[in-house]
Design a protein around this ligand. Structure first.
Ligand SMILES: C[S@@+](CC[C@H](N)C(=O)[O-])C[C@H]1O[C@@H](n2cnc3c(N)ncnc32)[C@H](O)[C@@H]1O
Length: 251
């Protein structure tokens, strides 16, 4: 996929500099906006990352958009009973989210007072989401603090796991792309053209079992065979499209 970076139409010298800095960081072209439309650039590139004062939005030629927003996490936080939070329990734990994506799961866990490190292999996703977590102002101080507490790293999870000591995290969490969820979840549609689709492997699970102290938790579509293929205890959620699976490491 080819993509470039430019600014919103109202561009200040500061914004131009930010866009240039991101372009250098991601090693992709920066193009002057010069009042040209998004459509103009999308005839040349598959995608355009637009840099706004307080936001980054990636537009793909297929019409999808990727931006950070804590909406989904906020709804879950307000609902009071979140199955992932309930599965983890009340004690404050260290959690490695190996599939950061839009950081909804990370944010829900961080808001519940866990110390969350989120890994994302794709530079573009990592840039948009890590900037969003640091700068988004939701009007809710506790939520903003939970966003800022999440430590994010742009790295492939297997590479990261291999470099961790035994039992470095209490929980390892994984919500991979390869299950059917991607066709059924609109808020993840912006990830589709730019995400990493690597499935769970035996090598990944071996490393995760070494690095986690308490549990490995996976989320996948209810029809996904990943639960049985890799020995996760399935937590059935009646009438829900996604199930969680758990490997307990303490007993
Ligand atoms: C289904 S999404 C995760 C959504 C996330 N749980 C949320 O709440 O927004 C999967 C994300 O993990 C990333 N990913 C997939 N495989 C990865 C790997 N091996 N290492 C790091 N990130 C990975 C994908 O690029 C994608 O952004």
């Amino acid at each position: 996929m080819t993509y470039m970076i430019t600014t919103s139409l109202g561009q200040s010298a500061q914004l131009v500099q930010r866009a240039k800095d991101f372009a250098e960081k991601l090693n992709v072209p920066y193009r002057e906006r010069q009042k040209r439309s998004l459509g103009y650039f999308l005839k040349i590139y598959d995608g355009v990352l637009l840099v706004y004062d307080k936001n980054l939005i990636f537009h793909h030629r297929d019409g999808s958009q990727l931006a950070f927003h804590p909406d989904t996490a906020m709804l879950r936080i307000k609902s009071k009973h979140d199955p992932l939070v309930e599965l983890i329990g009340r004690e404050s734990l260290t959690i490695l989210d190996t599939t950061l994506g839009l950081a909804s799961d990370s944010l829900v866990m961080s808001y519940a007072e866990h110390q969350v490190t989120g890994l994302e292999s794709q530079q573009l996703i990592h840039l948009i989401v890590s900037q969003g977590l640091q700068t988004f102002e939701s009007g809710n101080a506790a939520l903003d603090a939970a966003m800022k507490r999440i430590r994010t790293l742009c790295i492939d999870s297997l590479t990261y796991l291999k470099n961790q000591s035994d039992q470095a995290y209490d929980i390892i969490y994984c919500d991979p792309m390869f299950s059917e969820q991607i066709n059924e979840s609109n808020n993840l549609s912006g990830l589709r053209p730019v995400a990493n689709y690597s499935p769970v492997s035996n090598q990944w699970l071996r490393e995760a079992k070494r690095v986690a102290r308490k549990k490995i938790i996976i989320k996948a579509h209810f029809r996904d065979t990943v639960f049985e293929d890799f020995g996760f205890r399935r937590i059935i959620r009646p009438n829900q499209k996604f199930h969680y699976g758990v490997i307990d490491l303490e007993n």
